[in-house]
Structures are given as C-alpha cells and as structure tokens.
Design a protein around this ligand. Sequence first.
Ligand code: ATP
Length: 501
Amino acid sequence: MPSRVPPSDDQLHDVEVLIRAHHPLLFVESIEEDRVHTLLAYLSDRIGIPLFTWNPNSGLSRLGPGGGRTAHTESPELCLAFIEQANLEAIFHLRGMTKNLDDPAMMARLKEIYRRYFKHRGTVVITGSDIDLPAELDPLFTHVELAPPTPDAYHQFVATVLRDISKRQKVQVELSQEEINQLLHALRGLTFFEVQKIITQAVVEDGRLDSRDLDRVFQAKRRIVERSGVLEYFPHEHDMKDIAGLTNLKAWLEKRQNTFADPERARAFGLDPPKGLLLIGAPGCGKSLCAKAVAAQWKLPLIRLDPSKVYQKFFGESEKNLNRAIRTAETLAPVVLWIDEIEKALGPGDQDGGTSQRVFGTFLTWMQEKKENVFVIATANDISKLPPELLRKGRFDEIFFVDLPGEETRRRIFEVHLRRRDRDPQVFDVDRLAAAAVGFSGAEIEQAIVSALYTAFSHQGTLDTPGILTEIDNTRPLYHTMAEKIDALRAWARDRAVAAE
Ligand code: ATP
C-alpha cells in the first residue's frame, strides 16, 4: 500500500466515541482491513493508547516506538489469553480472527475480556467480511460500519498511487476536470486495494491514465456486484437512440442527466439527486430497454435486483439480502438500480408469514429516506398487485405510463430494428408496416422482423416488406390477447401516471 490516506473526521469521531465510552469489543464488517488499520493507527495517536495488531502468521505485535512481537501469540486462543491477562488500555486489532469464534474456549476468553476491559478504554477490534458472530457473542460486540471513502479520499489516494508509480516510470495523466470527476465517482465502492490495482495496471500498460481507463473501473465494479449475490450487472448495450418514441420520458431524463454527472454542483445549487422512476405499462413496450438506455446515456453502471435471490426461507434472511443489495448499490453510487416487475419482486404477499411485507417495508423506507445517488428504475405490468404505498409521493419522482406504441412510434421502431440488423429502412415501406402492426408492442414488431429474417434466410431470399407483412398477419398482437388488461391499465394510468409518449 502506498502512504496512508487519512480517514475522514467523521469516521475518526464515530470510533473514538466508542473507545472513550468503554466499548470493549468492536466488530467492523469490512473487506478493507487496511483502511480499518489506518483508522485505528490514527485513533491510537489521537487517544494516546498503544495499538497492537494480530494476524495468524506473526501473532500479536505492538506498533510504534518500543513495540515488537509478543511471543507465543500466533494461535487465536493464546492471543486472546494474552489480551485477557494483560488487561491493557490499548487497541487490539485482530485481523482474520473470524473462523474459530464459536469455539467454547475462545468464547469464554472473549466474555472475560469484555468483563475486564469494560472498566477502561482498552478495545478489541475484530475485522472481516461476511461473518455471522455466534449468537452468544453477538450482544457483546458493538457493530461498526466503515463509511466508504469520500471522493476527496479517493482523490488523495489516486494521487499517491500515481506519485509512487512516477518514481519508477514516466506517467502522463490525460484527463479533463470533468473526466477526473467521472473517474472519482466511478471509483466509489472500490476498496483502496482495488483502486491501486486498477490505476497501476492502467498506467503500467501504456504510461498514461486517460478516459479509456474508466472501463477498467466498471469491470471492477462488476466484480463487486457479483460478489453481493443478489444483484446482476448489465454491460452497456443500448442507448437512447435504440428507443423509438417515449418522447416525454426521454425529455424528463435528459433534464436530470446533469444532476448525476455532477452531483456536488447540483447539491450546491439546491437540487437533490432524483430518486427514480416507476414505469408502468403493457409488456414488451420498452420499459426495460429504458433502464438500460438511461444507464448508458448517463454513463453509469446498471445493476438489476434479482428478486428470486432476495427471498430465502430462513427467518430474517430475505431482509438481510435486500439490505445487502441496497448497501452494495449505495457504495456503487452513482448507479442505476433496475427492479424489474417490482410488483412481483417486492409486492407484499400474504402467504409467507410476513417475509414479503417486511422486505417491502425495508424497500419503501429506503426509497423514502435515501440520500445516495442511486437512481431506481422500477417497472411493473400488473397494477392489481401494486401496493398503494409504492405510489405515494416521496417514493418515486414520477410514474410514467408506457402505452402500446402509436403509429408514428411503430414506424420508428421498425426503423430502429431494421437498422440494428444492418438493413436500410428506406428500402422498406415502413408506413405500410406501421399501419399493419396496429396493437403490436415493440417486442412484437421486433419479433416480426426476426421471424421474417429467418424465413428469408431459410429460402435464401432477402428481407423485404411483404415478408415482414406476412409475419405481421400471422401474429395475434398483444392488444388482442390482452385487450381487457390493457384497457384497465390505460384507465388506471389516466389520473395516476404521466404518459411516456
Ligand atoms: P416486460 O414488461 O415484458 O419486461 P418491457 O416493457 O420491459 O416488457 P422491453 O423488454 O423493454 O419491454 O422490450 C422488449 C424488446 O422490444 C426490447 O428489447 C426492444 O428490442 C423492443 N422494443 C420495445 N419497445 C421499443 C421501443 N420503444 N423502441 C425500440 N424497441 C423497442
């Protein structure tokens, strides 16, 4: 690690208060043990008590002048025995001591340490990630969350890494101020260790740091998302040009783009970042496409909440999963969080002993209170399952209704999809196609083109207007199969939602 970036005053203050208030056992859930170590080193200076660290290879060592290893403390139990006997006003940082905590001898030691250290400012800090403390010990520990580094801390850290590399080789930074901001925002959610790796790789490869290196950052974020287990990362594949119609919705989004590009300036201007949108409408009309296109247009990562992974049969696990998803999204902010079919994902069911009620409640509270730059795009097809609380003011900024495309939009959808398959729309009678596809969703229009392409290919022919018209004739459009539902959606949306078109 390059030289240490000082922790923020807030972080120092929070943990200092706990130590001064005699909390003998702290548990910091974090994979960033180096950052915790730096924080504790600052605190030991500030409070004026020594810092010891332990790891399984070298045992317990006292840092600073006059420090050194403590003999025979490599095993976790001997280390705890030493701490218990020493009964010392000091900070003991135990790294990686998370495995044997349910061992009865270890538990007994920790309980005794708790009893003795309660009387002074000595503290044992255990760090690690994805650990459940044994139920018997849990109440003795104070859980501490390590706040993510501020953009300023990332800035300092990147500068330090670049300075270190420039001692060995020439480094060129080719980033405008705006790109630097983008990079610093993109780094959020990454550990310093990951940042160091990315920046070093980027610079060592071609001697410079430029806007193309942003991609590396997004890749690293993808790994974080996958680690969470409940979220899925989507690469940028679509942009706004891929969406025909939906002009109102696009204008709304365009107006808010800069808030995400420069959230600090927006805040200083008196604007909170938008919370998100609820898109309601018939299936296949471009709602999901919108989520993908917004992320691409705003140059933000897109992550999708996978509801099937949120729900677990064990009590309390589902809320934990949702909380983990929310926390991951927040550390990745600015980010677009896409919740597909929210009525199924988070709708309050009544068959599961209240689990979905609690999960839904957790989500609503978060939406109401969230401060982080997480833009939620939720989609829904079935209004009968939409709980009214979700529609209340303060949750989403706007509710848009995405209807079946009108004739002009159908024309544009044909053009978009012909072009995507390298066909020149001008060679087709797009007016005729659009007129024939009354009641079709965007997905059905795309499907008609794809089916016509298959037919043409199997006959070694070319894709043409009559071929697509035949497929249109063979399709029973959505409006026919779902007429009642779509009419009900339209009636519902009339005074509750804004038309996306
Ligand atoms: P669902 O509720 O079933 O998830 P949806 O409204 O989210 O449906 P999408 O998945 O966005 O629908 O649309 C399916 C496909 O249909 C898109 O990938 C796109 O190819 C095509 N499509 C739909 N609407 C449009 C549109 N307005 N412009 C271009 N393509 C569209």
